[in-house]
Design a protein around this ligand. Structure first.
Ligand SMILES: C[S@@+](CC[C@H](N)C(=O)[O-])C[C@H]1O[C@@H](n2cnc3c(N)ncnc32)[C@H](O)[C@@H]1O
Length: 223
């Protein structure tokens, strides 16, 4: 179970981070169903970490994608890991063995600037190294879904600042969505102030709540 001494937090829940990814980030963003509606789909992630979310998303994408459709997964990470660290963290999940091996084989020795990988003919990964605030500010708009996966808001305030969440909103496509395991009131209020309609849902494995939402002010009648 990877743990960050710098932030004093685990990289994912201790029950099963892969299943948590499915519940929080995929379900919370209406995936895989929304993949059927678009020929190209751009996911943004705050915090690439061990690449667990990426590998689980890629696995589900391969099972659900339509011929010719393209997924671009763009993640923002201040402290990119080494290939051996990613390999060690993910080897606990046999379900994503082939994704882990393919990613680790391509991962650069010294990840910096933007790591650009074409994983297969329908899947592209970009990892933008550096502070997320800067990376998202420089990113082109058009994100269809966001995974907000910084460390706990109380320990990693940069990843949940109103300024960054406003940029997340502004870089989202019309109808763009976000999901996060976090449920803190100040995070919810910043997301609402940024312009998202926010929904509280049941969290994963005993966590009372998580948040997800859609860009724009949507009245309950249309949801
Ligand atoms: C909870 S972990 C992400 C887990 C990851 N999604 C996974 O699948 O393994 C949070 C990540 O945010 C990164 N991080 C923390 N502060 C950051 C910042 N200001 N900008 C970019 N990344 C940051 C940490 O280095 C860490 O990798």
């Amino acid at each position: 179970m990877p743990y960050s001494t710098a932030f004093g937090d685990h990289f994912y829940c201790q029950t099963d981070g892969r299943l948590e990814c499915g519940h929080v980030f995929l379900d919370g963003n209406g995936l895989p169903a929304r993949w059927q509606e678009q020929a190209t789909f751009l996911i943004g992630e705050l915090g690439f970490g061990t690449a667990l979310n990426f590998c689980e998303t890629w696995r589900q994408w391969k099972l659900n994608r339509s011929a010719g459709a393209e997924l671009h997964f763009m993640s923002f990470e201040l402290y990119p890991m080494q290939a051996e660290e990613i390999d060690r963290a993910l080897s606990r999940w046999p379900e994503i063995d082939s994704e882990r091996k393919a990613l680790v084989a391509m991962w650069p020795k010294d990840p910096k600037d933007t790591v650009e990988l074409r994983l297969d003919e329908q899947t592209r990964l970009s990892v933008v190294c550096g502070p997320a605030l800067e990376g998202v500010r420089n990113a082109a708009p058009g994100f269809d879904a966001w995974y907000l996966d910084g460390f706990a808001p109380s320990r990693n305030s940069d990843m949940w600042s109103p300024e960054l969440l406003q940029l997340v909103h502004d870089r989202s496509a019309p109808g763009g969505t976000f999901a996060t395991y976090a449920a803190a009131g100040f995070v919810r209020r910043s997301l609402q102030a940024a312009g998202f309609t926010v929904e509280r849902r049941k969290g994963f494995a005993g966590k009372r709540e998580m948040l997800c939402g859609v860009k724009g002010r949507i009245t309950p009648r249309f949801r």
